[in-house]
Write a protein that binds this ligand. Structure first.
Ligand SMILES: Nc1nc2c(c(=O)[nH]1)N[C@H]1C(S)=C(S)[C@@H](COP(=O)(O)OP(=O)(O)OC[C@H]3O[C@@H](n4cnc5c(=O)[nH]c(N)nc54)[C@H](O)[C@@H]3O)O[C@H]1N2
Ligand SMILES: Nc1nc2c(c(=O)[nH]1)N[C@H]1C(S)=C(S)[C@@H](COP(=O)(O)OP(=O)(O)OC[C@H]3O[C@@H](n4cnc5c(=O)[nH]c(N)nc54)[C@H](O)[C@@H]3O)O[C@H]1N2
Ligand SMILES: [Mo]
Length: 666
């Protein structure tokens, strides 16, 4: 027997999968060629790791309570009883704001949002604000365009030039590779802009490697060159762009010479990029998320967006600046219970470690963790650990005893997507898909819906009706009925958004205060942020802080691993358990006395950790790379090195704004 389902990971395609079953067990998973986005292309997570994880002997399949003698299995009733008791004690003294609900996108099923409903039905709670993923770039595009919209993926084959700006689809979005190849076949040039010679460079005509965090200056330099040479689209600017004269004034300072000094990119490459981008028409830019993980990240994205506006590369097939979309969110009914009477408090995600410790009135007394692994994934692990140590009662809902679970009093085992039904949609493509339950839950594992609904019924919370998974899904998609999108229809295959355009902004009317694309953002100005995308040095850079750079001369980039999804799946293989590589340019390694396979101490102002040296000319001499996600309990916590800074906008998290030094491990 075989059943079609969809990968629920926080990734670009929610790939269509076909699970083959034998005797009630999944025996293999393959790509579904009929899936409209992934078209059968799936990564090693889809092919092997989901299956490995489902039946991993390390999976926790019964609720656990931490005792002096270690973890003890308990029943669900005992777990609910303990939670009810502890929460009511804390709420009666401190109120519900003493509870932090830490939730992210570990799995993107819509029913997962019912965990938030539980806390709303409880009267509210404290939540992080901003984003550990895309916050600064998201806010930037809101200022520029008014809201975020994506071109259909297929539209990239209409481009004559594609710029992969800080994006590495060969590592993080392999479903896009066949389309890039198709575009290339039609004569499209591809430019990769990335401090690292990433895997996607094999498709590129040229690779430009700016100093980390300096892309904003690069974009302003490119604009200066475009304007100087009259390669702008004056007709488009006059009709659809706001603030051009102030912007022209700003870019004058960014001559190729100045920009070359800031970015380390040669004058020739700056001029080539300007000439190529402005004259290719249509040209498209695919933004990555790494280049906005700096304190100047929002303005970096705004400076890049501006290139599309001044060359009229918006609103036509094959153009655009693709970052993310978000059409579905406004079209479905939230099942989170936002309408319930409640008090809420937010603490900024990028500095959550500090903010949790400082929180007062009330202090944080309890932490609930769902769909996230904050001890591994948030910046400045040492401060996160301190914050978690102060919590009186911590509950983690997950599959394995990971870094965060070490701080739990109670561990609740959740199902994987193969053991539950749900609905997935993404901000990175236009489709919504239904995933049926493929097999029975292992042991005592329960879906998040089952866990939080059960807990709410146990506690008698009136704001959380006792509905089945299917009833909740129907409630969520009810507003889609006029478009003939029903659960029955979704059960027969993924459905495209009814009115997300193939090519956004065709009418040239933007969702900004002026109705135009805003080079000078009136909303940014109202928010007290520079309305123009001026370049400001990142917090940790030699040009801003030469004294710091003397002690910590190297940039540390902690990008995403092609074989893992953040911290997920690392525990399933020997390789994931061993000390992880740090990639270093051979000359940089030689200066530090480090040889291939040596153990290396990487240190920052926050802390230090040990990695294994891999020498590679793909790195700039001033930059090292360690993949994020591997577990601290396996000796690999990379976020012990990263900082807590507030960025210029959108409360994104500037993980890569991080100077470090390396030395041989004795
Ligand atoms: N296999 C896999 N796929 C994933 C994920 C995963 O963990 N694993 N995660 C998913 C998620 S949540 C996300 S947000 C996306 C991220 O998708 P991407 O944006 O493609 O990848 P990241 O690793 O987040 O981004 C880091 C990239 O930015 C580059 N970079 C770093 N600093 C700079 C800079 O200053 N300038 C420029 N131009 N480039 C810079 C890095 O070298 C790296 O290539 O991937 C999604 N897909
Ligand atoms: N240094 C550094 N740090 C980074 C980044 C970086 O580039 N560098 N990238 C950042 C980015 S872009 C992101 S998006 C974040 C991701 O941060 P997180 O979302 O915290 O990362 P994950 O490792 O995916 O954690 C998800 C957890 O949820 C669990 N899980 C999976 N499915 C379910 C489910 O159905 N229910 C429940 N209850 N749990 C489930 C998984 O087992 C896993 O432990 O990391 C950020 N951290
Ligand atoms: Mo992300």
């Amino acid at each position: 027997m075989q059943i079609k389902t969809n990968c629920p990971l926080d990734c670009f395609a929610h790939c269509g999968l076909i699970a083959r079953l034998d005797n009630g067990k999944v025996v293999s998973i393959s790509g579904d060629e009929s899936h409209p986005v992934s078209k059968g292309v799936i990564c090693s997570k889809g092919r092997n790791k989901h299956l490995q994880r489902l039946y991993s002997p390390e999976r926790i399949t019964t609720p656990l309570r931490k005792t002096a003698a270690g973890w003890q299995p308990i029943t669900w009733d005992q777990a609910y009883e303990t939670i009810a008791l502890e929460l009511s004690k804390i709420i009666s003294i401190y109120g519900p704001l003493a509870i932090l609900h830490h939730d992210n996108d570990g799995s993107e099923g819509i029913l997962k949002t019912l965990a938030a409903r539980f806390f709303n039905a409880l009267g509210g709670c404290t939540r992080p604000s901003g984003s550990i993923c895309w916050g600064s770039g998201y806010q930037a595009q809101q200022y520029d365009f008014g809201r975020l919209q994506l071109h259909s993926w297929e539209d990239m084959v209409n481009s004559r030039l594609i710029v992969l700006w800080g994006r590495d689809p060969a590592s993080t979005n392999i479903q896009m590779i066949p389309l890039l190849k198709q575009a290339k076949k039609k004569g499209c040039r591809i430019i990769v802009i990335n401090p690292v010679k990433v895997a996607s460079c094999t498709l590129a005509d040229i690779h430009i490697a700016p100093r980390p965090g300096s892309d904003g200056a690069l974009a302003l330099g490119v604009a200066q060159e475009i304007i100087k040479n009259n390669w702008t689209d004056q007709n488009y600017i006059e009709k659809h762009v706001y603030g051009y004269s102030q912007y022209v004034e700003l870019v004058q300072r960014y001559t190729p010479e100045v920009v070359s000094d800031i970015t380390g990119v040669s004058i020739d490459q700056i001029c080539y990029l300007a000439q190529a981008y402005a004259n290719a028409k249509p040209a498209s830019i695919f933004l990555g998320y790494g280049l906005q993980r700096y304190t100047n990240g929002g303005q970096t994205i705004r400076a890049i967006d501006a290139l599309a506006a001044i060359t009229g590369n918006i609103g036509v097939a094959g153009s655009g600046v693709n970052y993310a979309g978000g059409h579905w969110k406004g079209c479905i009914a939230s099942i989170k219970g936002d309408e319930l009477p409640q008090k809420n408090r937010t603490l900024p995600w990028p500095i959550l470690g500090k903010a949790l410790q400082k929180a007062d009135n009330p202090p944080i007394k309890s932490i609930f963790v769902t769909r996230s692994n904050p001890v591994t994934q948030l910046p400045d692990t040492t401060e996160i650990r301190k914050a978690f140590s102060q919590s009186q009662f911590t509950v983690v809902v997950d599959m394995f005893l990971n870094d965060t679970a070490q701080y739990a009093n109670l561990f609740l085992p959740c199902t994987t997507f193969l053991e539950e039904e749900d609905l997935v949609f993404s901000s990175w493509n236009h489709f919504m898909a239904y995933s049926p339950q493929v097999v029975e839950p292992l042991g005592q594992c329960r879906s998040d819906h089952h866990i939080f609904s059960g807990l709410a019924q146990h506690m008698g919370l009136t704001g959380f009706p006792n509905l089945t998974a299917e009833q909740w899904i129907k409630k969520a998609i009810n507003p889609l009925k006029p478009f003939n999108i029903t659960l029955e229809k979704l059960k027969s295959g993924p459905v495209r958004h009814p009115f997300a355009p193939e090519v956004p902004w065709q009418d040239g009317i933007f969702a900004t205060p002026s109705g135009k694309y805003e080079l000078f953002s009136q909303l940014a100005e109202a928010d007290g942020i520079n309305p123009l995308p001026e370049y400001v040095e990142p917090m940790e850079s030699a040009l801003r802080d030469p004294i710091l750079a003397k002690e910590f001369p190297l940039h540390l980039i902690t990008a995403h691993h092609p074989e893992h999804l953040h911290s997920q799946f690392w525990n399933l293989s020997e390789k994931g358990l061993s000390i992880q590589p740090v990639y270093i340019h051979p000359e940089t390694a030689a200066v530090a006395g480090i040889m291939e396979n040596h153990k290396v101490v990487v240190a920052t102002q926050r802390g230090q950790a040990i990695f294994t040296a891999v020498l590679s000319k793909k790195l700039r001499r001033d930059t090292i790379l360690i993949h994020q996600g591997s577990w601290a309990i396996h000796g690999n916590g990379v976020n012990v090195l990263t900082p807590q800074y507030m960025p210029d906008m959108g409360q994104g998290t500037p993980y890569y704004d991080c100077l470090c030094r390396i030395e041989p491990h004795q």
